[in-house]
Design a protein around this ligand. Structure first.
Ligand code: 0PR
Length: 365
Protein backbone atom coordinates (compact mmCIF):
# COMPACT_ATOMS: atom_id res chain seq x y z
CA UNK A 1 0.00 0.00 0.00
CA UNK A 2 1.25 3.47 -0.80
CA UNK A 3 2.01 5.93 2.00
CA UNK A 4 -0.15 8.66 0.49
CA UNK A 5 -3.58 7.89 -0.91
CA UNK A 6 -4.53 8.40 -4.56
CA UNK A 7 -7.24 10.63 -5.97
CA UNK A 8 -10.64 9.15 -6.67
CA UNK A 9 -10.27 10.14 -10.29
CA UNK A 10 -7.02 8.25 -10.63
CA UNK A 11 -8.42 5.17 -8.91
CA UNK A 12 -11.61 5.04 -10.93
CA UNK A 13 -9.86 5.61 -14.20
CA UNK A 14 -7.58 2.68 -13.28
CA UNK A 15 -10.60 0.56 -12.27
CA UNK A 16 -12.28 1.32 -15.61
CA UNK A 17 -9.22 0.13 -17.47
CA UNK A 18 -9.14 -3.05 -15.40
CA UNK A 19 -12.84 -3.68 -16.07
CA UNK A 20 -12.16 -3.37 -19.77
CA UNK A 21 -9.95 -6.44 -19.55
CA UNK A 22 -12.99 -8.46 -18.43
CA UNK A 23 -15.21 -10.06 -21.03
CA UNK A 24 -18.76 -8.82 -21.39
CA UNK A 25 -21.57 -11.36 -21.26
CA UNK A 26 -22.50 -10.78 -24.93
CA UNK A 27 -20.45 -13.67 -26.28
CA UNK A 28 -20.29 -15.89 -23.21
CA UNK A 29 -22.16 -19.17 -23.57
CA UNK A 30 -20.13 -21.00 -20.94
CA UNK A 31 -21.47 -19.36 -17.79
CA UNK A 32 -24.29 -20.11 -15.38
CA UNK A 33 -24.18 -16.49 -14.25
CA UNK A 34 -25.69 -13.60 -16.12
CA UNK A 35 -26.10 -9.83 -15.95
CA UNK A 36 -28.07 -9.07 -12.80
CA UNK A 37 -31.54 -7.67 -13.32
CA UNK A 38 -31.61 -3.83 -12.85
CA UNK A 39 -34.10 -4.25 -9.98
CA UNK A 40 -31.65 -6.58 -8.23
CA UNK A 41 -28.84 -4.05 -8.63
CA UNK A 42 -30.97 -1.24 -7.21
CA UNK A 43 -31.99 -3.30 -4.17
CA UNK A 44 -28.40 -4.52 -3.70
CA UNK A 45 -27.10 -0.94 -3.55
CA UNK A 46 -29.79 0.02 -1.01
CA UNK A 47 -28.61 -2.73 1.38
CA UNK A 48 -24.89 -2.42 0.68
CA UNK A 49 -23.85 -1.94 4.34
CA UNK A 50 -26.03 -4.65 5.89
CA UNK A 51 -24.55 -7.68 7.64
CA UNK A 52 -26.70 -10.73 8.27
CA UNK A 53 -23.92 -12.14 10.44
CA UNK A 54 -25.27 -10.04 13.31
CA UNK A 55 -28.96 -10.03 12.45
CA UNK A 56 -30.12 -8.24 15.61
CA UNK A 57 -28.51 -5.10 14.20
CA UNK A 58 -30.35 -5.49 10.92
CA UNK A 59 -33.79 -6.88 11.81
CA UNK A 60 -35.29 -5.46 8.61
CA UNK A 61 -32.78 -7.27 6.42
CA UNK A 62 -33.19 -10.43 8.49
CA UNK A 63 -36.94 -10.26 7.83
CA UNK A 64 -36.23 -9.91 4.12
CA UNK A 65 -34.08 -13.05 4.20
CA UNK A 66 -36.99 -14.89 5.85
CA UNK A 67 -39.32 -13.59 3.14
CA UNK A 68 -36.93 -14.76 0.42
CA UNK A 69 -36.82 -18.23 1.98
CA UNK A 70 -40.61 -18.29 2.30
CA UNK A 71 -41.01 -17.35 -1.38
CA UNK A 72 -38.63 -20.13 -2.43
CA UNK A 73 -40.26 -22.60 -0.02
CA UNK A 74 -43.66 -21.86 -1.52
CA UNK A 75 -42.29 -22.29 -5.01
CA UNK A 76 -40.93 -25.69 -3.94
CA UNK A 77 -44.27 -26.73 -2.38
CA UNK A 78 -43.38 -26.29 1.26
CA UNK A 79 -44.11 -22.84 2.63
CA UNK A 80 -42.89 -23.93 6.07
CA UNK A 81 -39.37 -24.80 4.92
CA UNK A 82 -36.52 -23.34 6.93
CA UNK A 83 -33.49 -21.85 5.29
CA UNK A 84 -30.97 -19.11 4.90
CA UNK A 85 -29.14 -17.27 2.15
CA UNK A 86 -25.73 -18.72 1.36
CA UNK A 87 -22.89 -17.56 -0.83
CA UNK A 88 -23.99 -20.03 -3.51
CA UNK A 89 -24.37 -23.68 -4.37
CA UNK A 90 -21.04 -24.70 -2.90
CA UNK A 91 -21.88 -23.45 0.59
CA UNK A 92 -25.43 -24.83 0.39
CA UNK A 93 -24.14 -28.27 -0.59
CA UNK A 94 -21.49 -28.27 2.16
CA UNK A 95 -24.09 -27.31 4.78
CA UNK A 96 -26.58 -29.93 3.56
CA UNK A 97 -23.96 -32.66 3.87
CA UNK A 98 -22.91 -31.39 7.31
CA UNK A 99 -26.49 -31.87 8.48
CA UNK A 100 -26.71 -35.29 6.81
CA UNK A 101 -23.53 -36.37 8.57
CA UNK A 102 -24.63 -35.09 11.98
CA UNK A 103 -27.94 -36.89 11.69
CA UNK A 104 -26.23 -40.23 11.16
CA UNK A 105 -23.81 -41.15 13.89
CA UNK A 106 -21.79 -43.96 12.32
CA UNK A 107 -18.09 -44.45 11.75
CA UNK A 108 -16.91 -43.91 8.17
CA UNK A 109 -20.15 -42.44 6.79
CA UNK A 110 -20.67 -42.28 3.04
CA UNK A 111 -22.80 -40.20 0.70
CA UNK A 112 -24.10 -41.30 -2.67
CA UNK A 113 -23.89 -38.71 -5.42
CA UNK A 114 -24.36 -38.95 -9.18
CA UNK A 115 -21.27 -38.88 -11.42
CA UNK A 116 -22.75 -35.67 -12.83
CA UNK A 117 -22.60 -33.84 -9.48
CA UNK A 118 -20.88 -30.49 -9.23
CA UNK A 119 -17.33 -30.47 -7.87
CA UNK A 120 -18.56 -28.70 -4.74
CA UNK A 121 -19.38 -32.20 -3.44
CA UNK A 122 -15.70 -33.17 -3.72
CA UNK A 123 -14.93 -30.21 -1.49
CA UNK A 124 -17.74 -31.03 0.94
CA UNK A 125 -16.75 -34.70 1.27
CA UNK A 126 -13.10 -33.78 1.71
CA UNK A 127 -13.89 -31.28 4.47
CA UNK A 128 -16.37 -33.54 6.23
CA UNK A 129 -14.46 -36.80 5.99
CA UNK A 130 -17.28 -38.42 4.04
CA UNK A 131 -16.68 -41.26 1.63
CA UNK A 132 -18.04 -40.02 -1.69
CA UNK A 133 -19.76 -42.84 -3.57
CA UNK A 134 -20.13 -41.57 -7.09
CA UNK A 135 -22.70 -43.62 -8.99
CA UNK A 136 -22.93 -43.88 -12.78
CA UNK A 137 -25.48 -42.18 -15.01
CA UNK A 138 -27.96 -43.78 -17.37
CA UNK A 139 -27.75 -43.33 -21.16
CA UNK A 140 -29.35 -39.88 -20.80
CA UNK A 141 -26.86 -38.56 -18.25
CA UNK A 142 -29.31 -38.98 -15.34
CA UNK A 143 -28.45 -40.65 -12.04
CA UNK A 144 -28.91 -44.42 -12.47
CA UNK A 145 -31.55 -45.65 -10.04
CA UNK A 146 -30.33 -49.26 -9.65
CA UNK A 147 -26.80 -48.07 -8.98
CA UNK A 148 -28.12 -45.95 -6.11
CA UNK A 149 -29.89 -48.99 -4.60
CA UNK A 150 -26.71 -51.02 -4.88
CA UNK A 151 -24.55 -48.32 -3.28
CA UNK A 152 -26.71 -47.84 -0.17
CA UNK A 153 -25.51 -49.49 3.03
CA UNK A 154 -25.79 -49.01 6.79
CA UNK A 155 -23.19 -46.23 6.70
CA UNK A 156 -24.99 -44.11 4.08
CA UNK A 157 -25.62 -40.68 5.61
CA UNK A 158 -26.97 -38.98 2.51
CA UNK A 159 -28.07 -39.27 -1.09
CA UNK A 160 -27.79 -36.37 -3.53
CA UNK A 161 -29.69 -35.81 -6.77
CA UNK A 162 -29.28 -32.91 -9.16
CA UNK A 163 -31.97 -30.83 -10.81
CA UNK A 164 -30.26 -29.19 -13.74
CA UNK A 165 -26.83 -30.80 -13.97
CA UNK A 166 -23.95 -28.45 -14.57
CA UNK A 167 -22.59 -30.18 -17.65
CA UNK A 168 -25.61 -31.63 -19.48
CA UNK A 169 -28.61 -29.83 -17.98
CA UNK A 170 -30.40 -32.99 -16.89
CA UNK A 171 -32.91 -33.55 -14.08
CA UNK A 172 -32.30 -36.72 -12.06
CA UNK A 173 -35.24 -39.09 -11.35
CA UNK A 174 -35.84 -37.47 -7.97
CA UNK A 175 -39.05 -39.34 -7.19
CA UNK A 176 -37.52 -42.79 -7.74
CA UNK A 177 -34.33 -41.96 -5.87
CA UNK A 178 -36.45 -40.39 -3.16
CA UNK A 179 -38.16 -43.74 -2.67
CA UNK A 180 -34.82 -45.38 -1.98
CA UNK A 181 -33.93 -42.58 0.46
CA UNK A 182 -37.34 -42.82 2.13
CA UNK A 183 -37.28 -46.62 2.44
CA UNK A 184 -33.85 -46.48 4.07
CA UNK A 185 -34.48 -43.33 6.11
CA UNK A 186 -31.55 -41.49 4.54
CA UNK A 187 -31.12 -37.71 4.30
CA UNK A 188 -31.94 -36.73 0.70
CA UNK A 189 -30.47 -33.51 -0.70
CA UNK A 190 -31.53 -32.07 -4.05
CA UNK A 191 -28.96 -29.79 -5.67
CA UNK A 192 -31.13 -27.43 -7.68
CA UNK A 193 -28.53 -24.65 -7.67
CA UNK A 194 -29.14 -24.13 -11.37
CA UNK A 195 -32.49 -25.83 -12.05
CA UNK A 196 -34.35 -24.60 -8.98
CA UNK A 197 -35.41 -21.46 -10.80
CA UNK A 198 -35.99 -23.26 -14.10
CA UNK A 199 -37.83 -26.49 -13.26
CA UNK A 200 -40.86 -24.84 -11.56
CA UNK A 201 -41.57 -23.02 -14.83
CA UNK A 202 -41.21 -25.90 -17.28
CA UNK A 203 -44.49 -27.10 -18.79
CA UNK A 204 -44.09 -30.84 -18.33
CA UNK A 205 -42.04 -31.92 -15.40
CA UNK A 206 -42.11 -34.77 -12.89
CA UNK A 207 -42.24 -33.69 -9.23
CA UNK A 208 -38.75 -33.03 -7.89
CA UNK A 209 -39.11 -30.74 -4.87
CA UNK A 210 -40.57 -30.90 -1.32
CA UNK A 211 -43.72 -32.39 -2.86
CA UNK A 212 -41.70 -35.61 -2.64
CA UNK A 213 -41.92 -36.51 1.06
CA UNK A 214 -38.36 -37.84 1.37
CA UNK A 215 -36.65 -34.68 0.04
CA UNK A 216 -34.84 -33.29 3.09
CA UNK A 217 -33.13 -30.23 1.61
CA UNK A 218 -32.83 -28.21 -1.59
CA UNK A 219 -30.13 -25.82 -2.73
CA UNK A 220 -31.04 -23.10 -5.22
CA UNK A 221 -29.01 -20.15 -6.46
CA UNK A 222 -30.79 -16.87 -7.21
CA UNK A 223 -27.42 -15.66 -8.61
CA UNK A 224 -27.79 -18.10 -11.50
CA UNK A 225 -31.23 -18.20 -13.17
CA UNK A 226 -32.70 -15.77 -10.61
CA UNK A 227 -30.71 -12.89 -12.16
CA UNK A 228 -29.72 -11.66 -8.71
CA UNK A 229 -26.46 -10.03 -7.78
CA UNK A 230 -23.58 -12.31 -6.80
CA UNK A 231 -23.33 -13.95 -4.26
CA UNK A 232 -26.77 -15.32 -3.52
CA UNK A 233 -27.58 -18.96 -2.95
CA UNK A 234 -30.11 -20.50 -0.61
CA UNK A 235 -30.34 -23.71 1.37
CA UNK A 236 -33.85 -24.86 2.27
CA UNK A 237 -34.66 -27.60 4.76
CA UNK A 238 -37.97 -29.44 5.07
CA UNK A 239 -37.58 -29.38 8.84
CA UNK A 240 -36.35 -25.95 9.98
CA UNK A 241 -35.36 -27.44 13.36
CA UNK A 242 -32.79 -29.61 11.60
CA UNK A 243 -30.53 -26.55 11.33
CA UNK A 244 -30.13 -26.79 15.11
CA UNK A 245 -27.46 -29.46 14.84
CA UNK A 246 -25.16 -26.87 13.21
CA UNK A 247 -25.60 -24.24 15.92
CA UNK A 248 -22.58 -22.79 17.65
CA UNK A 249 -22.74 -20.34 20.55
CA UNK A 250 -22.16 -16.72 19.59
CA UNK A 251 -22.14 -15.15 23.04
CA UNK A 252 -21.36 -11.52 22.17
CA UNK A 253 -23.61 -11.18 19.12
CA UNK A 254 -27.21 -9.97 19.06
CA UNK A 255 -28.28 -13.58 18.50
CA UNK A 256 -26.86 -16.26 20.74
CA UNK A 257 -26.58 -19.08 18.22
CA UNK A 258 -25.57 -19.34 14.60
CA UNK A 259 -25.98 -22.25 12.16
CA UNK A 260 -24.54 -20.59 9.05
CA UNK A 261 -21.12 -21.42 7.64
CA UNK A 262 -20.04 -17.83 7.06
CA UNK A 263 -20.01 -15.35 9.92
CA UNK A 264 -20.30 -11.97 8.25
CA UNK A 265 -22.92 -12.36 5.50
CA UNK A 266 -23.99 -9.72 2.99
CA UNK A 267 -27.61 -8.57 3.11
CA UNK A 268 -27.26 -6.78 -0.24
CA UNK A 269 -27.61 -9.80 -2.55
CA UNK A 270 -30.47 -11.08 -0.39
CA UNK A 271 -32.30 -7.80 -1.02
CA UNK A 272 -31.38 -8.15 -4.70
CA UNK A 273 -32.80 -11.66 -4.91
CA UNK A 274 -35.94 -10.76 -2.98
CA UNK A 275 -36.57 -7.71 -5.17
CA UNK A 276 -36.08 -9.44 -8.50
CA UNK A 277 -38.25 -12.45 -7.58
CA UNK A 278 -40.99 -10.19 -6.31
CA UNK A 279 -40.70 -7.90 -9.35
CA UNK A 280 -40.87 -10.69 -11.90
CA UNK A 281 -43.28 -12.99 -10.09
CA UNK A 282 -43.99 -16.46 -11.44
CA UNK A 283 -45.31 -14.95 -14.64
CA UNK A 284 -42.10 -13.03 -15.34
CA UNK A 285 -39.84 -15.95 -14.43
CA UNK A 286 -41.91 -18.29 -16.60
CA UNK A 287 -41.49 -15.94 -19.56
CA UNK A 288 -37.71 -15.83 -19.01
CA UNK A 289 -37.44 -19.61 -18.68
CA UNK A 290 -39.56 -20.24 -21.76
CA UNK A 291 -37.37 -17.80 -23.73
CA UNK A 292 -34.19 -19.57 -22.55
CA UNK A 293 -35.67 -22.98 -23.43
CA UNK A 294 -36.77 -21.72 -26.85
CA UNK A 295 -33.24 -20.44 -27.48
CA UNK A 296 -31.85 -23.80 -26.37
CA UNK A 297 -34.05 -25.60 -28.91
CA UNK A 298 -33.09 -23.14 -31.65
CA UNK A 299 -29.39 -23.60 -30.96
CA UNK A 300 -29.74 -27.38 -31.05
CA UNK A 301 -31.67 -27.21 -34.32
CA UNK A 302 -29.10 -24.84 -35.84
CA UNK A 303 -26.09 -26.87 -34.72
CA UNK A 304 -27.62 -30.09 -36.02
CA UNK A 305 -28.25 -28.43 -39.39
CA UNK A 306 -24.46 -27.95 -39.57
CA UNK A 307 -23.91 -31.61 -38.70
CA UNK A 308 -23.04 -31.16 -35.02
CA UNK A 309 -25.46 -33.41 -33.14
CA UNK A 310 -26.64 -32.79 -29.60
CA UNK A 311 -25.05 -35.00 -26.94
CA UNK A 312 -28.46 -35.35 -25.29
CA UNK A 313 -31.79 -33.51 -25.25
CA UNK A 314 -31.47 -31.41 -22.10
CA UNK A 315 -34.18 -30.91 -19.47
CA UNK A 316 -33.04 -27.34 -18.78
CA UNK A 317 -31.29 -24.62 -20.77
CA UNK A 318 -27.88 -26.25 -21.22
CA UNK A 319 -27.06 -27.53 -24.71
CA UNK A 320 -24.16 -29.86 -25.47
CA UNK A 321 -22.81 -30.98 -28.82
CA UNK A 322 -20.52 -33.34 -30.52
CA UNK A 323 -18.57 -30.47 -32.06
CA UNK A 324 -14.79 -30.32 -31.99
CA UNK A 325 -14.46 -26.70 -33.13
CA UNK A 326 -14.60 -23.66 -30.89
CA UNK A 327 -15.96 -20.65 -32.75
CA UNK A 328 -13.55 -17.76 -32.55
CA UNK A 329 -14.55 -14.84 -30.37
CA UNK A 330 -17.03 -16.95 -28.37
CA UNK A 331 -16.76 -18.62 -24.99
CA UNK A 332 -18.08 -22.15 -24.74
CA UNK A 333 -16.86 -24.86 -22.41
CA UNK A 334 -16.09 -28.57 -22.69
CA UNK A 335 -17.61 -31.34 -20.60
CA UNK A 336 -15.43 -34.08 -19.12
CA UNK A 337 -16.45 -36.23 -22.11
CA UNK A 338 -15.27 -33.53 -24.50
CA UNK A 339 -18.65 -32.24 -25.67
CA UNK A 340 -19.07 -28.57 -26.44
CA UNK A 341 -21.18 -27.12 -23.61
CA UNK A 342 -23.33 -24.00 -23.81
CA UNK A 343 -25.76 -22.44 -21.35
CA UNK A 344 -28.64 -20.34 -22.65
CA UNK A 345 -28.77 -17.78 -19.86
CA UNK A 346 -31.05 -14.72 -20.15
CA UNK A 347 -28.21 -12.74 -21.77
CA UNK A 348 -28.07 -15.36 -24.54
CA UNK A 349 -30.93 -13.88 -26.55
CA UNK A 350 -32.27 -15.15 -29.87
CA UNK A 351 -30.00 -12.63 -31.67
CA UNK A 352 -26.98 -13.95 -29.76
CA UNK A 353 -27.88 -17.52 -30.73
CA UNK A 354 -28.24 -16.55 -34.41
CA UNK A 355 -24.95 -14.70 -34.36
CA UNK A 356 -23.24 -17.70 -32.70
CA UNK A 357 -24.67 -19.99 -35.38
CA UNK A 358 -23.38 -17.62 -38.06
CA UNK A 359 -19.86 -17.95 -36.68
CA UNK A 360 -20.26 -21.73 -36.50
CA UNK A 361 -21.42 -21.65 -40.14
CA UNK A 362 -18.34 -19.64 -41.16
CA UNK A 363 -15.95 -22.01 -39.37
CA UNK A 364 -17.86 -24.93 -40.87
CA UNK A 365 -17.60 -23.65 -44.47
N1 0PR B 1 -24.40 -27.10 -7.98
C1 0PR B 1 -24.57 -27.02 -9.31
C2 0PR B 1 -25.54 -27.94 -9.99
C3 0PR B 1 -23.86 -26.06 -10.05
O1 0PR B 1 -24.00 -26.00 -11.38
C4 0PR B 1 -22.97 -25.19 -9.36
C5 0PR B 1 -22.14 -24.17 -10.09
C6 0PR B 1 -22.83 -25.33 -7.97
C7 0PR B 1 -23.56 -26.30 -7.31
C8 0PR B 1 -21.91 -24.45 -7.16
O2 0PR B 1 -22.40 -23.15 -7.15
P1 0PR B 1 -21.47 -21.92 -6.77
O3 0PR B 1 -20.44 -21.82 -7.85
O4 0PR B 1 -22.44 -20.78 -6.74
O5 0PR B 1 -20.90 -22.19 -5.44
N2 0PR B 1 -22.17 -24.21 -11.45
C9 0PR B 1 -21.36 -23.39 -12.32
C10 0PR B 1 -20.18 -24.21 -12.85
O6 0PR B 1 -19.36 -24.72 -12.06
C11 0PR B 1 -20.81 -22.14 -11.67
C12 0PR B 1 -20.25 -21.22 -12.67
C13 0PR B 1 -20.90 -20.04 -12.97
C14 0PR B 1 -19.05 -21.46 -13.30
C15 0PR B 1 -20.37 -19.16 -13.89
C16 0PR B 1 -18.54 -20.60 -14.25
C17 0PR B 1 -19.20 -19.45 -14.54
O7 0PR B 1 -18.70 -18.56 -15.47
O8 0PR B 1 -20.09 -24.33 -14.05
Amino acid sequence: MKEIGSSEEEIFSYLSSVREEDLTYDRILSSMCTRPHPVAIRAHMQFIETNLGDPGLFPGTMGLEDELIRMLGELFHHAGAGGYATSGGTESNIQALRIAKKQKSVDHPNVIIPASAHFSFDKACDMLGLEMRSVPLDANYRMDIDSVSNAVDARTAGIVSVVGTTEYGMIDPVREIGEIAGDNDIFFHVDAAFGGLVAPFLPKIAPWDFSIPSVSSISVDPHKMGMSTIPCGALLLRDPAAFGCLNVDTPYLTVKKECTLAGTRPGAPVAGAYAVLRYLGCEGLSAIVSGCMENTRRLIEGMEAFGYPRAVTPDVNVATFDCPITPSGWRVSRTRQGHMRTVQMPHVTRDVVESFLETIGESHA
